[in-house]
Design a protein around this ligand. Structure first.
Ligand code: 13P
Length: 252
């Protein structure tokens, strides 16, 4: 048995106004209240964080942000800092999502600062890594994953590596309906864990590695049963209470 508690996290991306977020969490809470042995998280937009923390207090659902700056404060217009998230009682933060890397120029160098900053502020980071379709076709998947995992975790002390969650999200599977085949997901995720083990075998046993990319209720159970897969980072299917709850149920 894996010592790791599975984590099912819903990345809402830029969806849900405050009123819509309240409606979604209201529908979700009763549907996941009995799901024991699995951690459940939602990652709403910044403006809904406070309301979602209030609405989920005392429930099993944790609230994560989708991004943050590495500095505690400063002249960084439009950014949000680790202590600001911590003050709201946000539990963690997604870092390095491929949409932020590709559309907003987030770099491995910045991520190497963000990861330790999140841990320092008491936030659980979910670091996203993954290859494009052309990188996979060119046999570059492992090289890409190695670079991202090694560079992005560089500033994390060895003793804290196990607190980091890593989400393997092949970019070709995000929002496309093209979910990775079970063996592709298992192979890449085992490789990610081996990269952590290169720094600390003991910590790699604690590190949760999730799969993300077109996870839907139909194939959640198969993916979540894979030996190295410790949960899922869910996009589109997390916007509907029924489908997100059935993915949570598949992890129990
Ligand atoms: P989809 O589940 O919509 O493919 O999105 C995955 C994702 O990017 C989660 O972070």
């Amino acid at each position: 048995m894996s010592p790791r508690t599975p984590l099912i996290a819903g990345n809402w991306k830029m969806h849900k106004t405050l009123a819509e977020a309240e409606a979604l969490i209201g529908a979700l809470l009763p549907r996941v209240s009995t799901a024991d042995g699995v951690d459940v998280a939602i990652c709403p937009p910044f403006l809904a964080l406070q309301a979602m923390v209030d609405s989920t207090r005392g429930s099993r659902v944790q609230v994560y942000a989708q991004n943050m700056h590495h500095a505690d404060h400063g002249a960084f217009t439009g950014e949000v800092s680790p202590p600001m998230l911590d003050e709201l009682e946000v539990r963690g933060v997604i870092l390095g999502h491929s949409e932020r890397r590709e559309l907003f120029g987030e770099s491995d160098r910045e991520l190497a600062l963000k990861l330790p900053a999140a841990l320092q502020a008491g936030l659980v980071p979910i670091l996203c890594v993954g290859e494009t379709e052309s990188e996979r076709d060119a046999g570059e998947t492992e090289r890409k994953l190695r670079r991202q995992v090694q560079e992005d975790l560089e500033g994390v002390p060895e003793s804290r590596l196990g607190e980091v969650v890593i989400a393997y999200e092949p970019i070709w599977a995000i929002g496309t309906g093209k979910v990775a085949a079970a063996e592709q997901a298992q192979e890449a995720i085992a490789f990610v864990r081996a990269l952590v083990a290169d720094r600390s075998r003991e910590q790699a046993e604690r590190t949760r590695v999730l799969y993300g990319g077109s996870v839907k209720p139909e194939h959640a159970a198969e993916l979540l049963a894979l030996p190295d897969v410790d949960g899922a980072l869910v996009g589109g299917a997390s916007l509907d209470a029924e489908s997100f709850a059935s993915i949570v149920a598949a992890a129990v």
